[in-house]
Design a protein around this ligand. Structure first.
Ligand SMILES: Cc1ncc(COP(=O)(O)O)c(C=O)c1O
Length: 342
């Protein structure tokens, strides 16, 4: 398996060629990003938590940004006179959805490699967007889907592997777009803390690079599932965990973090049960739907905010809105665990 980073960028990829060849992307682009950064329930008398609501993106998640960046870069690099462009990548779910929808919109073939634990509704949606869906045994989790996508690309050179875990377009999108938006939205103030779940680590490392420009003392915490934490020496597993994030297993670490962050941040674990329960709790408190990784981030941001003073700000990111099914499961656990705590 290849673990080398590639495709260094000093900004998000140019869009001119993509817009010229596929003008339908322009409307998508006008709706992409500029998502709200809003205060969310925070510990009394301590720092305020601000969350970036990425469910406001056109296909419903933060991965719309990364997918669009990777998509434009692949179009920029492809010589269409040599044949069609066919895009391939591994995903935990949201990237697959965004790529399939972009591909369908432009008539570009897309193949996604995802764990076989992916919800039936997601698989159906991918197929209805004409994506080729390759399922990998859930027990191999992220390493499994990355390895399979690399194998497919080696065996059939007609597929362009986007490689969201290694392609530096991913971190560039978060540094120069997501991170810059947050800096602008902070309106002359700065973030004291930054909390993000880690799938590829693109969001955590890219936004860190942007926010630390205004505050070199920025405190960064990563959020990771208790069932397979970042950097764990254990083998990957197919246990239920909050979606969109996870360790790779066998001591592997997401290359973006190891190589792009001057210091590896502490990682705080959140169990599947805690994340789903917090999904419900957040909805109960605010009436707003957030996904499991968002809820996990909220819990970790809460702990960081508790260690800070009033007037300070902890920024986090809510990657998607999650599903009602997960929130309903979380509701049961929320009340059950509360009863146990009494
Ligand atoms: C729901 C959710 N949360 C968090 C992440 C983590 O993003 P990143 O890959 O930038 O680490 C993802 C990525 O797919 C996601 O889908």
């Amino acid at each position: 398996m290849n673990f080398e980073l590639f495709n260094q960028h000093d900004g998000a990829p140019a869009t001119d060629k993509a817009f010229a060849l596929f003008p339908q992307l322009m409307k998508f682009h006008t709706e992409l990003g500029n998502t709200p950064l809003q205060p969310v329930p925070s510990p009394t008398g301590k720092a305020t938590i601000l969350a970036k609501f990425e469910s406001n993106n056109p296909f419903g998640s933060v991965k719309d940004r990364t997918a669009f960046g990777l998509f434009c870069d692949a179009i920029n690099q492809h010589d269409f006179s040599n044949g069609e462009l066919k895009l391939l990548d591994s995903s935990g779910g949201n990237m697959a959805k965004a790529l399939a929808k972009l591909g369908n919109m432009c008539g570009i073939a897309v193949q996604v490699v995802i764990p076989d634990s992916s919800p039936e509704a997601l698989i159906d949606m991918l197929k209805s967007d004409n994506a080729v869906v390759t399922l990998v045994d859930r027990n191999h989790f992220l390493l499994g889907v990355i390895a399979r996508s690399q194998q497919i690309a080696l065996n059939d050179r007609s597929w362009t592997l986007l490689s969201q875990h290694l392609n530096l377009v991913n971190t560039a999108v978060h540094q120069y777009q997501t991170g810059e938006e947050i800096r602008h939205q902070l309106n002359g103030t700065c973030a004291d803390g930054w909390v993000s779940a880690v799938g590829t680590g693109g969001t955590l490392s890219g936004v860190s690079a942007a926010l630390s420009q205004d505050n070199p003392q920025l405190v960064v915490w990563g959020t990771t599932p208790q069932e397979l934490p970042y950097g764990t020496l254990s083998a990957p597993n197919g246990e239920a965990k909050f979606a969109g994030a996870g360790g790779l297993g066998y001591g592997f670490r997401q290359p973006f973090i190891g190589q792009l962050m001057p210091q590896e941040p502490p990682f705080k674990t959140v169990s599947y049960r805690e994340a789903l329960s917090a999904m419900y709790e957040f909805f109960h408190l605010t009436g707003i739907k957030i996904g499991a990784s968002s809820a996990a981030n909220w819990k970790v941001a809460w702990k960081l905010a508790q260690s800070m003073n009033p007037g300070q700000q902890v920024v986090t990111l809510f990657a998607d809105a999650g599903s009602d099914m997960d929130r309903d499961k979380g509701r049961e656990w929320f009340y059950h665990d509360e009863t146990l705590n009494v």
